[in-house]
Design a protein around this ligand. Structure first.
Ligand code: PSV
Ligand code: MN
Length: 387
């Protein structure tokens, strides 16, 4: 690919920001509040708009309900537009109500299942108002002890709830089914892996696709294999990007393993699936517990851009030729040459051509925005991860 073609592809790239990454977050040990943290969904959108203004590639913001509950979602969408961003995926939350201790849609109690499914349906109503395409579902449902509940019955309950929500989706709406190996459930999780998610999505139909959260796998899992497999069968809908060293760490994407991020983006480019028209949502799902949030999100966006640029630089003809000739080292070298290219000058050029500062983090630090929000948001209740 020529440098111009690489730049053109990068110009069209879109990365979706999670509203909750701008709020306070932490571990079960402590949440350290930070100055300037938003106190409302509107302030989260304002911060996200700053990230988009400085990077040019983050035009949409995912909401989490009820963390971002407002009275008028159409008004919130209009506010987002004024700020220069749009509302993206609606994330449901059936993991923080006392009723969900033994599960939400898979709970043995039909009253609790009804309540959880009603919340998911309410999220689709919200999508109607915001114009969002995607409903993202993550279930913390599972059990802690062998024998606690019937594993197979729980799959039936899950399938029933998913079907009801699927049938409620409009023609242009989709369901993204996220999986996670463990936590908070420690024995069985009802959607623990991509195979389970894929099987449910297949049964549901074309509007249901898998969401890969990069932090939700067992150590050593080959995530790019999952990406390649799901792309081949048209069932990859989205990513929740973040980094993990140990479990679901939710650190900045590209921080723990930039090479893995490159290998994932390499499969995306291999399948020609980068362009927003191809329908894959590239979202971040991160928590900035100790680092300042806005520059951390800018850094994350830049990490995704860098991995993408490297993947675009892979000499596909040379790679294909080496693969077909069984040239193991040559094929590997084609990938490694691209990975080892310093793409920062190319991205700096691109930003200059787009009228952006070549160094978005330095531009943020010079902007005075942090000082402004730290001052303006000194009072009131800061937004948090719901804890
Ligand atoms: C669960 O760990 C998860 O990845 C889901 O996407 C939730 O909606 C999100 O984290 C909340 O940060
Ligand atoms: Mn996630």
């Amino acid at each position: 690919m020529t440098t111009e073609a690489v730049k053109n592809a990068l110009r069209r790239q879109e990365i979706e920001l999670p509203s909750w990454a701008f709020g306070n977050s932490g571990t079960r040990f402590k949440v350290f509040p930070q100055p300037g943290v938003p106190r409302s969904p509107e302030e989260k959108l304002a911060d996200a708009a700053v990230v988009h203004k400085l990077t040019g590639v983050a035009p949409s913001v995912a909401l989490h309900i009820p963390w971002d509950k407002v009275d008028d979602y159409a008004k919130l969408a209009a506010y987002a537009k004024e700020q220069g961003v749009r509302l993206g995926a609606i994330n449901s939350n059936v993991f923080q109500d006392n009723d969900y201790m033994l599960g939400s849609v898979t709970n043995p109690d039909p009253r609790v299942r009804r309540k959880a499914t009603d919340h998911l349906l309410e999220c689709v109503d919200i999508m109607d108002a915001t114009g969002s395409r995607d409903l993202k579902l993550w279930f913390s449902d599972g059990t802690n002890y062998p024998g606690q509940d019937d594993i197979r019955d729980r799959q039936d309950r899950l399938a029933e709830a998913l079907k009801e929500v699927y049938d409620r989706l409009g023609d242009d709406q989709r369901m993204l089914l996220e999986y996670k190996l463990f936590e908070p459930a420690f024995y069985t999780t009802d959607v623990p892996d991509w195979g389970t998610s894929y099987a449910h999505c297949l049964e549901l139909g074309p509007k249901a696709t898998v969401c890969i959260d990069t932090g939700h796998h067992a150590p050593g899992t080959n995530i790019e294999f999952i990406v390649a497999f799901l792309l081949r069968v048209g069932k990859l809908g989205a990513f929740d990007f973040n980094s993990r060293f140990y479990a679901d760490d939710d650190l900045m994407v590209g921080a723990a393993d930039p090479f893995q991020l490159f290998r994932i983006m390499n499969e995306i480019i291999r399948a020609d699936a980068l362009d927003p028209d191809r329908g894959i949502a590239f979202m971040l799902d991160q928590c900035h517990n100790i680092e300042p949030k806005i520059p951390a999100i800018i850094r994350s966006v830049m990490n995704v851009q860098e991995a993408t640029a490297k993947a675009l630089l892979v000499d596909r003809d040379a790679l294909r030729e080496a693969q077909q000739e069984g040239d193991v080292l040559g094929a590997n070298a084609a990938l490694m040459d691209a990975y080892n290219t310093d793409v920062r000058p190319l991205l700096a050029d691109l930003r200059s051509e787009q009228g952006l500062d070549p160094n978005p983090i330095a531009a943020y630090q010079r902007s005075g925005y942090f000082e402004q929000i730290a001052h303006d948001r000194a009072d009131g209740q800061q937004a948090g991860w719901g804890a």
